[in-house]
Design a protein around this ligand. Sequence first.
Ligand SMILES: Nc1ncnc2c1ncn2[C@@H]1O[C@H](COP(=O)(O)OP(=O)(O)OP(=O)(O)O)[C@@H](O)[C@H]1O
Ligand SMILES: [Zn+2]
Length: 728
Amino acid sequence: MSDATRRVAVALPRPLPTPFDYRLDAAAATPPLRGCRLRVPLGSSEIIGVAMDEAGDDTGAAGDGATTLKSVLERIDATPILHGELWSSLLWLARYLHAPIGEVLASALPAALRQGAALPETQAFGWRLTEAGHTALPGLRAGAPRRFAELLATGERDEDGLDAQHPGWRTPARTLAKRGLIERVAMDAVSPSPATSPPDLNDEQRAAADAISAHAGFGVLLLDGVTGSGKTEVYLDAIARTLARGRQALVLVPEIGLTPQMLERFRSRLGVPIHALHSGLGESERARTWTAALRGQARVIVGTRSAAFVPLPEAGLIIVDEEHDGSYKQFDGIRYHARDFVIVRAKALGVPIVLGSATPSLETLHNAQAGRYTHLRLHHRAGAAQPPQVRVIDVRKRPLQSGLGPEALAAIEAALAAGGQVLVFRNRRGYAPVLLCHDCGWSAQCKRCDSPMTVHGGGRRLVCHHCGAQQPTPPACPQCASLALQPQGNGTERIEEFLSQRFTQVPVLRIDRGSTQTRDGLQQHLDTLGAQPGILIGTQMLAKGHDLPNLTLVVVVGIDEGLFSADFRSGEKLAQLLVQVAGRAGRADKPGTVLLQTHHPDHPLLQTLVTRGYHAFAEEELAEREAAIFPPFAHMALLRAEAKDVEPVLQFLRAAKARVGDVGVEVHGPLAAPMPRRAGYQRMQLILSSPSRAALQARLDAWVPELYRLPEARRVRWSLDVDPVDLY
Ligand SMILES: Nc1ncnc2c1ncn2[C@@H]1O[C@H](COP(=O)(O)OP(=O)(O)OP(=O)(O)O)[C@@H](O)[C@H]1O
Ligand SMILES: [Zn+2]
């Protein structure tokens, strides 16, 4: 190797335990190199990796191995795109999850950058009314140009926001610009121009907002406020103050919480462009937002799980809304928890982080009780709204029609007659959960999963919700040829069918993943309903984040299966869901009622929740978890493995188990996964558990590298999940 080359370790987006070494021309190796993307050969193809360090001297390897090192094909970035706090936090994440560093670094990058695209142009432009425009506005003829001018009169608008919220804005803009009534401006040249002013915060909101702003450095604050208590107003106040200090704010929201309405509320209140990051965006838009954050141009970033990876060079505040939400955990690939990761980032950045929820996770409540988090409470609904009245309805021996009892039907009728809207909540998509032969007992099972197929399309189709397999409903029973095939139980489709026949005078809308593919679709649905009386039937898509002022009745059906699930977190999840759904009712001046239909009216979870509330439930649940030594009183890691046959899975997990050792960590398994077969794969797992996070981490440090070397590992697909949220 000549003097003109250097050696560099490159992290590749592959399940490899360590980076690979490559050669790099000295001319291309000038620092700063660490955190720059490099195009390198791998096997017979090319791949984008990230330089792990400044290029080193290659003399140590000269002569022997060095000649076999392949050369870097291209250095993509002149300066690092991953550096500073984000770099060190990602390294921490890879160590904590015991995940390949190259995969962790790659998942922090938007797909376009991961594939080697150059950093995009990020200068944002917007439009504003000129002085001539202000003068001319009252005299403009009615029409699109006037409407656009009126919009700009409420404040400058950035082009991205216009594209998203006012498609078709360019034509009227051209007309107005020609007459000198509006002008195009670089967005960082404009000062915040809020179009709406905040309500007067009540005392609890004020105290919470002040407590957040009083935090100069790192601190975790739990904003624990009942549904409709005005948590969003507290966030907005804290973000406005962050912007005034010249700092960036990052807001994480659950997957279904990021609606155009929510973005518009932020934009109009804060008066700056809001940079949204979610899976509905195109790749180039995501890369642009990420890069704008890297350059400090994006001041407010609102995004779902993966927004936890945006660079924050001028960070001032991080907020996690609905911190208990399951969508913050990534379920495949790099299994990070966005909330937990941004807590680590906030600490490294030295900024406060707010975790908001009406139903905080038990982990978070436990941390607050231990004094690690500041606990801020909002006990009351904001404005004039009252808490909803919750009633448990015993439906044992009662006649049910598509799952609805007489009390629920009477209540729906009364609510509609009074001009209100009704939400019927059922957390099952499709027509019916099972297709059963009434003559021989046969039921339709997925061929590839240990699960029944769900009936869809009014009974015409069978769909597996686990692997996506589909088929037409058989005309007769495949086992006994009888024609007595009956859909059993009720999904949202069937409830919709029944209610739309029964209440013909009002709109009946079903909102679930089947009927509503996009966030905007959901909003369009809600817009068609407007304020008129009507019925919404929904899954958990409708459980949160929506403010429907006329919603006065919520009926919850089919919760009983959740009461008896084996998963240790199922009680917590059910309680959170019930409280969040109930929280949709009576959010404005009309009082709300919630009916919980059940065959188990005396179940302790329901009793505690209804008579004493979520926090009393959480206390009891925490006591049980402590007694059983479950999280948050223990820390877990799950080793999952799957293959077409069960034998190699067992061999791998047994070999892995034999190498754990027994210091400070308990190992359970190999156990079948709760769904032992899925999409044709046999699935099993080992559970590692320890009261000490440090002890568990120390064990994993030694153990995981060994797993890569096990010969048995080659015959299975395996993955490690640190802090699993469910055991599937
Ligand atoms: N101080 C206030 N005075 C009057 N109205 C308020 C005040 N704060 C909030 N509101 C209104 O109360 C409603 C609920 O507020 P917000 O959406 O902020 O609640 P939230 O706690 O985030 O709700 P959830 O967790 O249930 O989604 C909104 O319509 C909001 O405009
Ligand atoms: Zn299946």
